[in-house]
Design a protein around this ligand. Sequence first.
Ligand code: COI
Length: 355
Amino acid sequence: SLRHPSTYSNKIQFENSEDEYADVDWDKLGFGLTPTDYMYVMRCSKDDNFKEGRLSRYANIEISPSAGVLNYGQGIYEGTKANRTEDGRILLFRPDQNATRMMHGAERMCMPSPSIQQFVDAVKETVFANKRWIPPPGKGSLYVRPLLVGTGPILGLAPAPEYTFLVYASPVRNYFKEGTAPLNLYIDEEFVRASPGGAGGVKTITNYAPVLKAIARAKDRGFSDVLYLDAVNRKYLEEVSSCNIFIVKGNRISTPAISGTILQGITRKSILEIARDHGYQVEERAIPVDDLGDADEVFCTGTAVGVAPVGSITHRNRRIEFKTESSLVWKELYTTLVGLQTGRIEDKKGWTVEI
Ligand code: COI
């Protein structure tokens, strides 16, 4: 159970905590960073376990120039959201899933990891301390960003001697500048996101900077983002830079199977389950790019992105268009997911955590 912030071990002074809301223009939120009041920090050395962390004011951190994360990219991150309900509660969505994913990622990247309990408690404490930054119902979410990075100094290529687990938060609304309008994706065959044997399946920071150039090129050409194909055959759909992808054909909903190169999205997994509950035939499989030709709908899922309809995908100068009206499958699944996340739909799955 969550202690009130005034009882935290480090006894920091909570300023402004009596105000219900921070001074934010809630109607102008996108996915830009709005710094909040507090962050959570916990450190641990290489052969130890994480023990105790603490909240502190959100501020710059000091880091060695030879930190493992700065030199060799030894770092992973997570993303999860807190929402306010109409009746004034605060809900987290499946934070245990983020905790588990961080543990797997840490193992892949040779780092110690916080336990599931430590992770979830840190997320709860960070959200509670930054409560006034959670947007009003219907205006967005508090995006929570846990990081696990090698902060100890190292020169040769080896695991860093010390690690920092840090959690910060920012209020957000729509991820894409398109808002809720359909996305126009671009398949740029010059770039791949991940290859077999690599680390595409875990949320390492090293999966993200390399796609910046692909995204920039797509944006220059007027597209929203890039859809990557598999590295070996350049034939099967993988994912978009910041989200997973689904295709709909009749009653059948398909998404690329988890193969080690695709991020195991928590929204992806939740949407698969909701789709099954709603009677759709759900498949995780290899999806050839040619299947786009007769798809009725395409949509993307992610914590930051939510569920976003795709209006078109351009591949080798061919623009394939999809239905995006709000009476469609993507909207039905989206409404159910957001309903659960914001408390409008009763959670019979035990996915939400009230703080
Ligand atoms: C998320 O959806 O939470 C992510 O971590 C993707 C990131 C590119 C914003």
